[in-house]
Design a protein around this ligand. Structure first.
Ligand SMILES: Nc1ncnc2c1ncn2[C@@H]1O[C@H](COP(=O)(O)OP(=O)(O)OP(=O)(O)O)[C@@H](O)[C@H]1O
Length: 371
C-alpha cells in the first residue's frame, strides 16, 4: 500500500480531541483509531477519514449549511460500511467528498494511502462509484457502458469481455438481449442495477454505493445484496442506505449520521445490544382492560417498563433486558390471562431500526421528522 507524505497530517491530527462532552464512546474510539492508523500507516485500513467537514456557503437568502461536521472513520479491507441517517443528514455530501465530486472545507481522507486533497487522479483508478442519481447514456447499451468503464479501469481484450459478461450476469442483465438493449428502454430498477455493476467492474479496491437499492423490488434487492457480498472480498465498500434491513444483511459496521455528525458507530449487533438493551413486548387487549394491563406489566414484570406506543388497544412496552428475561415475558403473558383478556401478544429483541430511531431522537431529531 502506498503511504503518501502528508505535510498536513500533524496539524490535522493535532486537533483530534477524544472524549468531547457527550460524544459516544464508540465514536471517540473510532477517532482514536484514525489517529493511530494515520500516524503509523496501515494496509488494512483502506479508507481513513480524518476530520472531513463541508460547509455550503449561504446562497439565495439561505444561511450557510454545515453539511458534514468533522467526520472521523475508517473502513477496512473486506469491510462493507453503512452510512445511515435521516434525509439531509450529510451522507451523500460525505461520500461526494471522498469520490472527488465536492471539495472538503477542511479535513482530509486517505484512500489506499493517498490523500484525496492531492491525489484524486490516482485514487480514481482504484475506485468504483454508484452515485445516488444514475449517470447513464440513453443511447448506449448496458454492455457498452460496462465496456467503457472497464477500459477506464485498465481492462482490455478477453479480460474486458469476460468482466462485462460477469458484471451483466451479476445484476441479472444478461438474459436474452437485455444487455444489448439501449438503456432508454430500461426500467428504473434495471438502470439502478447497471449503475451498481458499473461501480464494481474492474474489481476496484474501494467502492462507494449511494443508496444502491433505491427503486428495486424485493427480489432485485436481494440479488443486489448477493452481488455486493460476493464483491466485498479485498475491497473497502461504503454504502449509504435508508433500509435498516439492508444494513443488517450487508454491513459489517454502520455509522449513524445526524445533522452532519457521527453519533454512533459499530457492528449492527453490538449497536443493538449497546443502545437497545431492551425487549419489545406488544400486548393487545380490550378497551376495558387497558389500564389493568399497564398495571400488571408494571407490577409483575418491571416498574421500569416504558410504554413506547399505545395505539387503539395495542400497548408496546420496552422492557430493560437487565431486569426482564424473555422467558419471564412468556410466563407473564400466559398468567395475565386470568386478569385481562389477551387478544394477542409478542416479544422481540430491539431491532436496528428501533435503535436508529432512539439514537437519532437522542441527537435531537424527533421520530415524526424521520417520516
Ligand atoms: N450544493 C449544496 N448547497 C447547499 N446545501 C447543500 C448542497 N448539497 C447538500 N446540501 C445540504 O446539505 C445537507 C446534507 O445533504 P446530503 O444530501 O448530504 O444529505 P443525505 O444524508 O445524503 O440526505 P438523503 O438521505 O436525503 O439523500 C442538507 O441540508 C442539504 O440540503
Amino acid at each position: 500500500m502506498l503511504m503518501e507524505a502528508d505535510g498536513q497530517q500533524g496539524t490535522e491530527l493535532g486537533s483530534v480531541s477524544v472524549g468531547i462532552d457527550g460524544e459516544d464512546e464508540d465514536v471517540a474510539a473510532e477517532r482514536r483509531t484514525v489517529g493511530r492508523v494515520s500516524e503509523t500507516g496501515d494496509s488494512e485500513h483502506v479508507i481513513i477519514v480524518r476530520g472531513l467537514r463541508k460547509v455550503f456557503p449561504s446562497t439565495g437568502g439561505y444561511p450557510k449549511k454545515v453539511a458534514v461536521k468533522d467526520l472521523y472513520m475508517t473502513v477496512r479491507k473486506g469491510e462493507v460500511f453503512g452510512l445511515l441517517g435521516p434525509n439531509g443528514a450529510g451522507k451523500t455530501t460525505a461520500v461526494n467528498m471522498l469520490v472527488g465530486y465536492t471539495t472538503p472545507t477542511s479535513g482530509s481522507a486517505l484512500v489506499g494511502g493517498l490523500n484525496i486533497r492531492k491525489s484524486m487522479h490516482l485514487i480514481y483508478d482504484m475506485m468504483g462509484v454508484c452515485p445516488q442519481q444514475n449517470l447513464l447514456w440513453d443511447t448506449l447499451t448496458a454492455a457498452e457502458h460496462l465496456e467503457f468503464y472497464g477500459r477506464l479501469k485498465g481492462l482490455s481484450g478477453d479480460g474486458l469481455k469476460t468482466a462485462v459478461v460477469a458484471a451483466l450476469k451479476s445484476v441479472r442483465l444478461f438474459g436474452g438481449d437485455t444487455g444489448k438493449k439501449l438503456v432508454k428502454a430500461y426500467s428504473g430498477g434495471m438502470r439502478r442495477r447497471l449503475s451498481v455493476a458499473i461501480s464494481l467492474i474492474g474489481d476496484p479496491s474501494v467502492a462507494y454505493l449511494d443508496e444502491p437499492s433505491t427503486g428495486l423490488d424485493i427480489a432485485a434487492r436481494r440479488n443486489l445484496w448477493n452481488t455486493v457480498k460476493r464483491a466485498r472480498e479485498g475491497k473497502a465498500i461504503i454504502l449509504t442506505t435508508h433500509s435498516m434491513q439492508e444494513a443488517e444483511v450487508l454491513c459489517d459496521r454502520v455509522g449513524f449520521i445526524v445533522n452532519g455528525s457521527l453519533v454512533a458507530i459499530g457492528n449492527p449487533r453490538s449497536l443493538i445490544s449497546r443502545h437497545g438493551g431492551y425487549l419489545i413486548f406488544t400486548l393487545t387487549t380490550t378497551k376495558a382492560c387497558i389500564n389493568t394491563a399497564k398495571e400488571q406489566v408494571s407490577q409483575k414484570l418491571t416498574r421500569n417498563a416504558r410504554l413506547a406506543y399505545e395505539v387503539s388497544r395495542t400497548l408496546i412496552f420496552e422492557l430493560p433486558t437487565a431486569e426482564v428475561k424473555i422467558s419471564e415475558v412468556f410466563f407473564f403473558a400466559e398468567n395475565v390471562k386470568s386478569q385481562i383478556q389477551v387478544i394477542d401478544w409478542a416479544v422481540t429483541s430491539a431491532t436496528l431500526e428501533q435503535v436508529f430511531m432512539k439514537v437519532v431522537a437522542k441527537a435531537g431529531i424527533t421520530a415524526e421528522a424521520l417520516h
